[in-house]
Design a protein around this ligand. Structure first.
Ligand code: SAH
Length: 491
């Protein structure tokens, strides 16, 4: 390391910026954010800077630079596009032993600006000593994605309570206490904007810490459960919050629909537990699989662990998320629900099916294709025109679904599309009509997970050549599609 990253307190500190163009403007905006007292030396100012000068936010010396302009300056920035002038500013600043940055010229600078991830009061600064700016930017993007936008709120939450905790707890107990706040329910509630929940969790932790002579991390404290939607499969479709909580979780309970690429985004040392069909969890008794999952979540959380319950798509769309949160609430386990991109949305985007469309579909219905629910469905409503119906869990029952829709009055020529493994490698698309789709799916040996989309919009489905199963589009259908697409273009 040959540069020391430090954080400077610049409130009301006099700083001189030489140059009045766009580059100077960017630096000035940064300095204004930290409250520096700025004088700009330039014969001309950009419009935005002129406005700031007129508003009294910065002082303007309408002049060509001379060393005397640095009188009293504690920080200097040269931001002109004249190399000789920048060199003169740098020399004058060095002579006065004032730190100087020449924009984009490390040779002439005694300090440089890092890339910043701002979660004030928490700030991350990244630099590569001008060796690899692209890499620096990439690292910044990674950290941006990883750190919750509300991290600053958590930093303030802690800052506001530091004194109280200092008084309440012995020094050796404080660190473990704050770790539980940051990593536990108080932290996650603060990050998700649940201030009363954060306050309650904080009070509970403080109470426990007071009662426990030497609290060790985890002992006696309650963990929590994150019910996370893992999206349709492509790991890049995870939400930022899902990623952040996956990085925190000690245990990950996942089912069949969660692919390895998503699990890889969890913390390296997190325990991964498969709870999908066929998994045995070592819980004795005649439990259903769902009950076993409930008990596992509670057991881990009571052991003080942070549990990620990772579910395909969205937890509240055919994910039994409702039952899980009910159970957790009943057992007093704190939980958070993190939405995921449900399969219908992933499949629609991956195959170009607009689920609603001004001319073709004014509503969209997500419906289970599982036969157990058959009688609960209003088939005549599902058979109506000008809507899109997406069937989940319907692959094995395509014949029945199509027959029921037709019996309820749906047009046999109504377009239908099947999307297998949407957003995943090996995604496949089969297009047809209510009359043909079941046979076409059978021919192509379509297997779960797959979705059936019924409605005019299904005809707009398209895919790359590899995933489009050959011969699924009959010629009249193709003509109809072209006509629809033409209309769509003129929309
Ligand atoms: N909670 C999930 C749905 C679980 S039900 C969600 O919101 O997406 C399981 C059904 O979802 C599967 O039978 C299938 O119909 C659908 N599904 C899930 N992932 C899919 C994918 N990648 N491609 C196509 N269908 C998918």
């Amino acid at each position: 390391m040959d540069h020391l990253p430090i954080f400077l307190q610049l409130r009301d500190v006099p700083a001189v910026v030489v140059g009045g163009g766009r580059i100077a403007q960017r630096k000035i905006e940064l300095l204004l954010r930290v409250g520096a007292r700025i004088t700009v030396v330039a014969p001309e100012l950009s419009e935005a800077l002129a406005r700031r000068a007129a508003a009294g936010e910065i002082a303007h010396r309408n002049a060509h630079f001379g060393p005397s302009h640095l009188e009293g300056a504690q920080l200097v920035i040269a931001a002109t596009n004249l190399k000789a002038l920048n060199a003169a500013v740098s020399a004058a600043a060095r002579l006065r032993a004032v730190p100087v940055n020449v924009v984009d010229d490390p040779e002439l600078s005694t300090f440089y600006f890092p890339a910043i991830v701002d979660r004030s009061p928490l700030t991350v600064a990244i630099g590569s000593h001008a060796q690899a700016p692209v890499l620096t930017r990439w690292v910044r993007e990674q950290i941006e994605a990883l750190l919750p936008g509300t991290l600053g709120t958590l930093a303030r939450f802690i800052g506001e309570r530091r004194k109280a905790v200092q008084q309440a707890l012995a020094p050796r107990a404080r660190r473990a206490f704050w770790e539980r706040i940051v990593r536990g329910p108080a932290g996650s509630c603060t990050l998700s904007g649940d201030t009363p929940g954060a306050e309650r969790a904080y009070e509970r932790e403080l109470c426990t810490a007071r009662l426990t002579a030497s609290p060790a991390t985890g002992s006696g404290s309650l963990g929590e459960v994150y019910l996370i939607g893992a999206g349709p499969g492509d790991a890049d479709l995870l939400t930022l919050r899902a990623l952040q909580l996956l990085q925190q979780a000690d245990v990950v309970l996942h089912d069949r629909l969660v692919p390895a690429a998503v699990l890889e985004r969890a913390r390296r040392d997190a325990e991964r537990v498969f709870v999908g069909k066929g998994a045995a969890h070592g819980v004795r008794g005649a439990h259903t699989q769902q009950e076993q999952i409930h008990e596992l979540m509670v057991r881990y959380a009571r052991a003080g662990l942070r549990v990620a319950r990772l579910k395909g798509g969205d937890p509240f769309v055919f994910g039994r998320g409702g039952e899980e949160v009910e159970y957790l609430a009943r057992h007093g386990i704190p939980y958070l629900v993190i939405p995921g991109i449900t399969a219908a949305l992933g499949a629609a985007a991956a195959t170009g099916i607009p689920l609603t469309h001004r001319q073709l579909a004014q509503s969209v219905t997500l419906v289970t294709g599982h036969p157990l629910e058959d009688e609960a469905l209003d088939w005549s409503a599902l058979a109506r025109r000008r809507q899109t119906v997406v069937f989940y869990m319907g692959v094995a029952h395509l014949d029945r679904i199509c027959a029921r829709l037709r019996a309820a009055g749906a047009d046999p020529d109504l377009p239908a599309a099947l999307i297998e493994r949407a957003t995943l490698p090996g995604q496949r698309l089969v297009r047809g009509t209510l009359a043909s789709i079941a046979a076409l799916a059978h021919q192509a040996a379509i297997a779960p997970p797959a979705l059936l989309v019924v409605g005019e919009v299904a005809a707009l489905a398209h895919c790359c050549a590899e995933c489009d199963t050959a011969g699924t589009l009959a010629p009249p259908m193709r003509r109809a599609m072209r006509a629809r697409e033409a209309r769509y273009e003129h929309d």
